[in-house]
Design a protein around this ligand. Structure first.
Ligand code: SF4
Length: 248
């Protein structure tokens, strides 16, 4: 990996220093996002859950939920392949906001069977095997996370990729639930401006040119000019989605 150009890139400050810019529109966007969360809670009550990837957008949303003092459950998926820096955010949310993050893990036997059959590096062998790995480690536990819920909150933003360019604030997820994306219209600069203003805890891997952080084997830093999600499954010529946010 050390031969990769981004691995040798010198640190150029942190993500806040690189990206944060409070736009004139951001005060209004913060208020609108808070209202979307209040409305979603009023409509769905205990049926609402924040499905957090622990990425910076989701950390902003957790901060907004806490700021609005909404008793919304927060949940995440621990695929067994996450970076230590990502997992460290689970206790950090507890310390900062006094909230417990519900952690959903894959079924151990299913992972063992998959790895025995296809190998630890199955994700690199074919798109089908990569999707099968995501199925075992992400989709199945996501199904348990969302069981009994009527709506889930995500950190999707329109700017993240062409495939996400038309993300709505409140959409049908194709499975009979609402998918609420309260900061869908925020820019990357606005996300980081909010992080700076409210000292939101975030994954230090974002400081290493990883705007989108998933499992360790499937995430790399991006180079200047690359798409936000170029560092996810970078060896594939695919839509850079794992199925969590596939269009129905
Ligand atoms: S992102 Fe990679 S390691 Fe994680 S579940 Fe998908 S294929 Fe497996």
């Amino acid at each position: 990996m050390s031969s990769l150009p981004w691995a040798a890139a010198p640190a150029a400050g942190n993500a806040i220093g690189l990206y944060a810019k409070w736009s004139p529109a951001l005060d209004g966007k913060v208020e609108a996002a808070l209202q979307r969360l209040r409305d979603a809670h009023a409509e769905h009550g205990a049926g609402l859950v924040q499905s957090s990837s622990l990425g910076v957008e989701d950390m902003v949303i957790t901060d907004l939920i806490a700021r609005a003092q909404l008793p919304v459950d927060i949940a995440t998926l621990d695929t067994g392949k996450l970076h230590a820096e990502t997992l460290a955010l689970i206790p950090a949310i507890g310390e900062r906001y006094g909230r417990t993050v519900a952690v959903f893990k894959p079924v151990a036997e299913a992972v063992i069977t998959f790895v025995k059959r296809e190998g630890e590096d199955a994700m690199y062998k074919s798109i089908d095997l990569r999707k099968a790995c995501c199925g075992v480690r992400k989709m199945e536990p996501l199904g348990r996370m969302l069981a009994g819920r009527t709506a889930w909150i995500t950190g999707l933003r329109r700017e993240q990729s062409g495939a996400r360019g038309d993300v709505g604030f409140d959409e049908n997820d194709g499975q009979g639930r609402r998918k609420i994306s309260p900061i869908a219209d925020w820019t990357w600069a606005e996300v980081w401006a909010y992080v700076e203003k409210y000292a939101v805890p975030y994954n230090p891997l974002h400081d290493q040119f990883m705007p989108s952080i998933g499992c360790a084997p499937c995430t790399r830093a991006i180079a200047v000019g690359e798409d936000f999600r170029a560092g996810r499954w970078w060896w594939e010529d695919s839509s850079k989605e794992c199925g969590l946010h596939a269009k129905g």
